[in-house]
Design a protein. Structure first.
Length: 144
């Protein structure tokens, strides 16, 4: 009986460790401070969706739509898989035009998230530095 209890406890500890939160998870303020992206697990990958917008709003205050007609509020624009410790490789979609870029996410020692979007190879790209967003996302995607 003790063996079964020990195995059960070991299984719980292992499954809890496998589900530990990645340091890349959370709300991130984009480099231009005009958007907030919530990064969370989606299966073994990380996915990022728009949860806050400032500059993307139309002059009348309404939310823009992506090329398929969906509101960009809540739109998943990022999916990346772990490639090495602290590094994820995947794709990011530009919500303005629907263009899809290959990307690499890297956690820096200072706690910032470096997102490099590129074509073909990382050398042919551009890096944005995202910082943790201290506020809470609102249902209407307004930035608090």
């Amino acid at each position: 009986m003790r063996v079964w209890a020990g195995l059960l406890l070991l299984g719980v500890l292992i499954s809890g460790h496998a589900q530990a939160q990645s340091p890349a998870e959370g709300n991130w303020l984009t480099q231009d401070h005009d958007g907030v992206i919530a990064i969370a697990r989606c299966g073994p990958s990380l996915c990022g969706r728009i949860v806050g917008m400032d500059a993307l709003r139309k002059p009348d205050g309404s939310l823009p739509r992506d090329p398929t007609g969906q509101s960009v509020c809540g739109l998943t624009i990022l999916r990346a898989d772990p490639s090495s410790p602290g590094v994820w490789d995947g794709h990011i979609t530009n919500p303005k035009d629907g263009a899809i870029w290959t990307c690499r996410l890297t956690l820096a020692a200072d706690g910032t998230l470096h997102l490099r979007g590129y074509v073909l190879v990382p050398l042919l790209g551009r890096t944005q530095v995202w910082t943790h967003y201290p506020g809470a996302p609102r249902a209407d995607c307004a930035m608090s």
